[in-house]
Design a protein around this ligand. Structure first.
Ligand SMILES: CC(=O)[C@@H](O)[C@H](O)COP(=O)(O)O
Ligand SMILES: NCC(=O)COP(=O)(O)O
Length: 238
């Protein structure tokens, strides 16, 4: 079954808006695990606007489920991941000033760099996933880099879903097939929500993991965190 990794960036945004430690992101992560999530995702950005490097260290000490750290492998990020040794690192090519992740890697143009980074992390037993647009050539490129998985960037799927689900999923199904042919595991994330999630995994049932944050934290304001995690998990049941 597809695993649910909950991205807790937005919980840290609320905390940072006031200083202090409310809400406590470590406690929230432990509660999210207790409510049934299969993992926790964080995306520490260079400006520390949400998850901070010290949060990542504190989370690693207590988490019992899969820990996924996303980010652009700049020197400080690579050092953090090597120190913390999460279950998985997801390489995302986001600029320091990006509002959120907005594109996948060009795995062909950056082959040499990504190969070196993959090798460093894999040597420490860290699973490596590369964030890509749903394009077969980029998926093949990720395999050539030595990645274990790709994460398909689902913003375009989420945007197109309401108007025409079949059209929105088509490039993702093709990219997912290519990942399978290349022997890569398959993750997906960005703007997945309670509306579009079930259809994605119904169409691509070999999806190993989805990471979801923004919509899930928004839903939790109305529905409660425990209930919300349960609702997302239910979308993944087949
Ligand atoms: C990699 C990705 O898809 C992002 O969605 C991400 O990790 C979310 O980052 P923000 O919470 O900073 O928007
Ligand atoms: N990798 C995607 C992720 O962690 C969460 O993205 P979003 O649900 O916050 O858009």
């Amino acid at each position: 079954m597809t695993k649910l990794s909950v991205n807790i960036n937005k919980i840290a945004v609320v905390r940072n808006s006031r200083g202090g430690n409310r809400p406590d992101v470590v406690r929230a992560a432990l509660d999210i695990e207790r409510f049934g999530a299969d993992g926790i995702t964080v995306h520490p950005r260079p400006d520390a606007r949400h998850i901070r490097y010290d949060d990542v260290r504190a989370l690693k000490r207590v988490l019992a489920t899969e820990f996924n750290i996303e980010g652009n492998p700049i020197d400080s990020f690579v050092a953090l991941v090597e120190e913390v040794r999460p279950t998985q690192v997801t390489l995302v090519p986001d600029a320091a000033d990006a509002v959120t992740s907005n594109a996948g890697w060009n795995t062909v143009a950056h082959l040499g760099f990504l190969q070196t980074v993959c090798e460093r992390f894999k040597r420490l037993g860290i699973r490596v996933s590369i964030f890509v647009d749903p394009v077969a050539e980029m998926v093949r490129g990720a395999a050539a880099c030595g990645a274990d998985r790709v994460e398909l960037y689902t913003e375009a799927y989420a945007r197109g879903y309401a108007a025409d689900p079949a059209r929105a999923i088509a490039p993702y199904a093709a990219a997912a097939e290519e990942a399978r042919r290349c022997g890569l595991g398959l993750n997906a994330g960005h703007d997945l929500d309670l509306e579009n999630l079930r259809y994605f995994v119904e169409c691509i049932p070999w999806t190993d993991e989805v990471s979801i944050g923004h919509a899930l934290v928004c839903d939790a304001l109305y529905l409660g965190l425990e209930n919300t995690v349960g609702l997302y998990k239910r979308c993944l049941h087949r």
